[in-house]
Design a protein around this ligand. Sequence first.
Ligand code: ADP
Ligand code: MG
Length: 609
Amino acid sequence: MTAVRRLTEDMINRIAAGEVVERPASVVKELVENAIDAGAKRVEIVTAGGGASLIRVTDDGGGMTHDDLGLAIDRHCTSKLTDDLLDIRTLGFRGEALASIGSVARLSIASRHASEPHGWEIVVEGGLVHPPRPAGLNAGTRVEVSDLFFSTPARLKFLKGERAESSAITDIVKRLAMAHPEVRFSLAGSDRGAIDYPVAHGDEPFVERLGQILSQDFVDNSLAIEATREGVRLSGYAGLPTYNRANGLQQFLFVNGRPVRDKLLMGALRAGYADVMSRDRHPVAALRIDLEPHGVDVNVHPAKSDVRFRDPGLVRGLIVGALRNAIHQAGHRSATTGGGATIAAFRTGAPPSAAAWRPSAPMPAFGNAAAPSWRDWANAPAPAPHFSEAAQPAFAAVSQPSADARANAVAANDPTDRPLGAARAQVHENYIIAQTDHGIVIVDQHAAHERLVYERLKTALARSGVARQILLIPDIIDLPEDDVARLLKRADELAELGLAIESFGPGAVAVRETPALLGELDTRSLLVDLADDLAEWDDTTRLREKLDHVAATMACHGSVRSGRRLRPEEMDALLREMEATPGSGQCNHGRPTYVELKLADIERLFGRR
Ligand code: ADP
Ligand code: MG
C-alpha cells in the first residue's frame, strides 16, 4: 500500500469537475446561472460542436473587478455565500463551477466592472492559470469555454453525438429562461437553429415566456395553478389531462427560481394526475414553488438539481391537492376506476336503509321469483320480465338480444363455458356484456381492440411483414424542427416498421404510408409521440430493440375507437380472439380490458350474501 498523500489542487478540481461538469449542457447551466446571479438583463449563448468545441456566454450583468476575476477561477471562491448555508438566494453558492470548468477545458473570462476604466481577461487551460490582461469590452462578462474535456479524454468518450448534446443545451436554456422571464435569452451556433426569447413586457411575463418556449398551444390547453399553504406558494400552469405526452421531458419545475429535477416534485405531479391519466402518459406542466430559503436545502448535489424540503409532506400535499382541484374544476375528470374498486366501493358503502333499498315500483317478476339468479334472468321464458317505469331508461340503452338470439343462447354451442363467455349485449356503444357460467364479463371494446392490434402488430413487425397502406393524399404534419430532425433521421427504420415519412420543408414531414393494420389513424399525434420516444432514446438505439414500445405507440393511435356498434357474431369473435391472445387482459396503458363479476359478487351487491 502506498502512503497517504495530499491531492494537488488541480487533481481536487478535476475530481470536483466530474460532478459539476458532466456534459456541455452542465457548463452552459453554470455559466448562465452566473450571468443571472450577476443581474444580467440579457444573456447570449453561442455553441459549436454540441458545446464540446465551443460555449460562449455573454451577459450585461455587474461584471468583475481585476481582483475578483483572479479569485473567481479559484476553487471555493464565491461572492454569494454568507455564513448561512440555508439562506441561499442565488443560483450559485458553492464557488466551484469556474474552477472545475478551468480544470477540464480552455476557459477564458473577460469582464468589466463599473468601477474600473477597462475590462480584464483571464485564461485558464487545463488548470493552468495565466495572469489577467487588460481587455476592451463594455460592462458585463463574456465567458468562453473551448475544447471541453481535452484534459480528461475518458469523459470525452462518454459524450453523445453533437445533436444530442446540443439539444441537451437547448433544454437547459429553456428551463433557465422559463424561470427568468425578466431576462432576454438568445441561443445560436453552427450546431443549431437560433432561438430568441425577448423580455416579456405584459402583465403576465411567465405566461408570455411559456408561450415563447412551449407554444401557445400549451397555454391554451392548460390550467392555471395557484395555491399557498403555510408560506409555500405554488404557481404555474398544468396541461389538461388530454394534453399529455409520451415522456416527462415537458415537465418544468422550479424551486425559488431554480430549475430542478426533483423526485419528490415529479412524483407529486404524477400523483396529481393519477386518476385521469394512464401510467405510460405524462403530463405537461410548468410549476413554480416559492418559499422562504430556510424551508429548502439546495446543497444536496453539486449540480444543484435535487432539493430537500424541510417539510416534504406539505409540498407534496400542496401540489397534489392543487392539481386535483384544478383538474376537477375543469370538469375533465375521466372515471377509470377498476372493477375491483367498484365492487369494493359497493361493499364498503353503508348498508342502505330499508326505504332506499326497496324499489318504489313492484319488484320485477322473474321466472323464478323465489331465488332469481343471473342465469334465470338471461334464460327467462317469455313473457319478458316486467320492469318498473323508473327502471326502463337504464335498460333502453341495452341492445336486447332478440327472442331468436335468446333461443340460440340456450343452444348447445352457447359459449358461456368459455373464459369470456357468450356476448349478450353491447351498451353505451363500447361495453360488451357477456355471460359466463359463473357470472358476467364486461369488456371495454376499445381497450380490448387496441391490445389486439398491438399484439398483431408486434408479431407482424417481428417478422418484418408489415403490410402498408398508401395514403391517397399524403398527410403533411407540422412539427417543431427538433422533432422533424429526429423523425427523419429514423425514416429508414420507420419505413421498415410500415411508416413511410419524408421531409416536407422546414418544420414539416409528409406521411405517405402507414401500417395497414392500424386502419385510419391520427398521424399527427402518432408522430408527436414517436418523436417524444426518440428524444428519450439514445441515438444508437435501434427501433427494433424498442419494438414493443413502438408497436404500443402505434396501436394506441390506430385502434377502433369506442362508438362502433358490433353485431353479436362480431362481439363473440372479439371475445374469442381475446382468449387466444396472451396479455389481452389489459390494454397498453395498463388498464384492464375486461372486468368480471362473479355471481357471488353480484349477489353481494344485492345483499344476498
Ligand atoms: P458560484 O457561482 O457558486 O459563486 P462560480 O465558480 O460559478 O461559483 O463563480 C465564482 C464567482 O465568480 C461568483 O461568485 C461571482 O462572484 C463571479 N462570477 C462568475 N461569473 C460571473 C458573471 N457572469 N458576472 C459576474 N460575476 C461572475
Ligand atoms: Mg456559479
